[in-house]
Write a protein that binds this ligand. Structure first.
Ligand SMILES: Cc1cc2nc3c(=O)[nH]c(=O)nc-3n(C[C@H](O)[C@H](O)[C@H](O)COP(=O)(O)OP(=O)(O)OC[C@H]3O[C@@H](n4cnc5c(N)ncnc54)[C@H](O)[C@@H]3O)c2cc1C
Length: 327
């Protein structure tokens, strides 16, 4: 393994790459939790990003790619290795086709399309984070996901820049092939939109943002929903039998239902809290730690497992935990 000082020098020599040491990752996560990264890098240049990734790989050190940090839980110890962030933000339209860089803010893409009367992303209004991570996790809300609009995704697989069409991305509910290949880095996406009245799209988007801001105040230190919702058809009989019909929507059962049944609402550990009005929403009151957050998540998983015989799966992604999860 190459010594960190040498890695640092090689990274510092890459044009257009910002390199920081000991950057507190709490500054880069919406939870405002997470210790320092040995090395933090960011760039809006694809060439610089590829060069940085190549240094990271050859250094033998761990590395991780982050976006806006709205869906991350970073360990209190931080990250021993190199954090990489791609910040290119270009959004372009030609007819009903839109191309967006992965570092663009998803809301900027939503606004861009809505303002041009391009329909298809308006229900994603108010989802925080970047376009790249939205592709990675197939972000969505109000019955629609970004995958419905994706034509192609351009990404770097570690040796070449590749382009996948929609089918090759293997999109499923909050899933894509990119989750199975965490070393692949998304650079941009091309979307196919429909046309509609811009004023009507704006109203839909604004109404959604209003509702969302009540549920997730903009200053709330959280990651939205912690756990994924579940498909009724995939539940074991014991759990499915306990689910009343009224809580099933489009074949899915909200994770919040199971969490409510184990009295999650209002639970607290240190300064980490489960919202009193939403059992799948955990937030940091200001002095929360990753250790307390993990404790509460584990406690909720074990209560649900005991009562229903199912294992809730996190939608949030962990950074800096040994074996990918533990601090
Ligand atoms: C208040 C609130 C509400 C939310 N509501 C919703 C919702 O309704 N629906 C929904 O789907 N999500 C929701 N989320 C979750 C979050 O907004 C999404 O997961 C979002 O896509 C994360 O974007 P990010 O840029 O912050 O990614 P990050 O949190 O930084 O990263 C998430 C993952 O994406 C990967 N990643 C990031 N960029 C790239 C890239 N260029 N190439 C490859 N991998 C990459 C990272 O490695 C990481 O594993 C909500 C979050 C919050 C805080």
């Amino acid at each position: 393994m190459v010594h960190t000082e040498e890695t640092l020098a090689r990274l510092a020599a890459i044009p257009e790459l910002t390199v920081l040491t000991g950057a507190p990752l709490s500054d880069y996560t919406r939870f405002a939790i997470g210790g320092p990264a040995d090395i933090y890098t960011e760039t809006a240049s694809a060439e610089a990003f590829i060069a940085a990734l190549s240094v990271a790989r050859s250094s033998g050190q761990d590395y991780v790619v982050i976006g806006g940090g709205t869906n991350l839980i970073v360990s209190d110890a931080g990250f021993r290795g190199i954090v990489l962030r791609f910040t290119a933000k270009r959004i372009l339209a030609a007819g009903n086709r839109v191309v967006a860089d992965s570092g663009a803010v998803l809301q900027d893409l939503v606004d861009f399309t809505v303002d041009r009367g391009l329909k298809g992303l308006e229900t994603l209004a108010g989802i925080p984070g970047s376009v790249g991570a939205a592709i990675y996790g197939n972000a969505g809300a109000y019955g629609h996901s970004i995958s419905e609009r994706v034509r192609t995704v351009r990404f770097y697989d570690g040796s070449t820049v590749c382009v996948f069409d929609n089918a090759a991305c293997e999109f499923l509910y909050r899933e894509s092939i990119f989750k199975k290949h965490k070393e692949w880095i998304i650079f941009s996406t091309e979307l196919a939109m429909d046309t509609a009245d811009a004023a009507q799209l704006r109203k839909t988007a604004d109404d959604i943002v209003k509702v969302r801001n009540e549920k997730f105040p903009v200053t709330m230190k959280c990651a939205g929903s912690i756990f994924k919702n579940l498909l009724l058809a995939e539940l074991p009989d014991r759990a499915a039998r306990q689910v009343p019909e009224r809580v099933v929507r489009e074949g899915k059962v909200a994770a919040a239902y199971f969490l409510e049944e184990v009295n999650a609402k209002g639970m607290t550990r240190g300064d980490i809290h489960v919202a009193t009005y939403h059992a799948n929403l955990l937030y940091n009151g200001g002095a929360g730690t990753a250790a307390d957050l993990r404790w509460l998540i584990d406690e909720l998983k074990s209560r649900v497992s005991e009562k229903f015989g199912i294992t809730l799966e996190e939608e949030v992604q962990y950074v800096g935990f040994r074996d990918g999860v533990r601090p």
